[in-house]
Write a protein that binds this ligand. Sequence first.
Ligand code: C2E
Ligand code: MG
Ligand code: MG
Ligand code: MG
Length: 289
Amino acid sequence: QEGKNRYYLFDMEQDIALKSQHEQLIRISDALQNNEFVMHYQPKVNMKTGELLGAEALIRWQHPERGLLPPITFLPIIDRHQLNIDLGEWVIESALSQIAMWRQQGVDIEVSVNIDVQQLQQKTFAKRLGELLQMHSDVPPHLLQLEVLETSELQDIENVANIMQSCTELGVGFALDDFGTGYCSLTYLKRLPVNLIKIDQSFILGMLDDPDDLSIVEGVLGLSKAFQRDVIAEGVETLAHGVALLRLGCCYAQGYGIARPMPAEDMLPWTKTWKPDPAWSKVSMDKRH
Ligand code: C2E
Ligand code: MG
Ligand code: MG
Ligand code: MG
């Protein structure tokens, strides 16, 4: 590949690394075939009213030997491979089936799925999404929301905005995930058709101790108000985080303090028993946001 008149010493270590990545890809591909992936669902709630806004679908690998694996252990391996696109499609499909199942049980739950930017930027993305929605004609498209990471990999913003617009016309909504961690947050907010902003959990986790994090949270709440977008806090781990957010006028939340991601079958029982903490309903909210 480097041209003639060259030779390289065979690099054993590199070979092992490559080989094992190749093997890992094959293993993940098999796992997809064998139905070893499962979605867990984490509730998104209104802390003030106790109302369920929806649930975020989060992928897990039920590995036969290693147990339940979080996405960080396998998503990076398939980054930039076709398998990433295939798995992404499986995730949407799985979420649509789940929405349909909950509907059969008499409950409409809006489900948000995380979409890889590589997948979103495929020319055929909107068309394929339309086909999946048609295959699930029992699911109203507004029950599906796509979470897009606010990342520098959204290179051609015009193109991404067009793709998102086509999806919006199909009836699905968009959320801007991990908001505040990227380099172009404000540009994305201005240019992309998103309904919901998700304040990155790092700012929420820090807001009780770090005045800078608190300022960022206040800033994002102000922005979302100015742009007339809904806003939700991720990483609400404790009662106190909830109280602080409510004081700032933010009532939508997701986090371990409300519920951990759970298997689909646990969702309906959870919604029937969960009540917001009484301390939350007492907080008088700042109406500026
Ligand atoms: P994310 O979309 O920002 O999802 C939130 C992550 O934070 C989830 O981790 C969730 O379990 C975790 N989390 C929720 N509440 C709390 C909390 O109160 N405290 C803390 N410390 N963490 C909390 P998870 O499931 O490991 O997912 C990590 C990331 O992997 C997700 O971040 C998302 O970017 C990606 N991901 C997950 N599922 C999928 C998928 O199906 N497709 C794609 N493309 N990416 C996915
Ligand atoms: Mg997300
Ligand atoms: Mg997030
Ligand atoms: Mg994240």
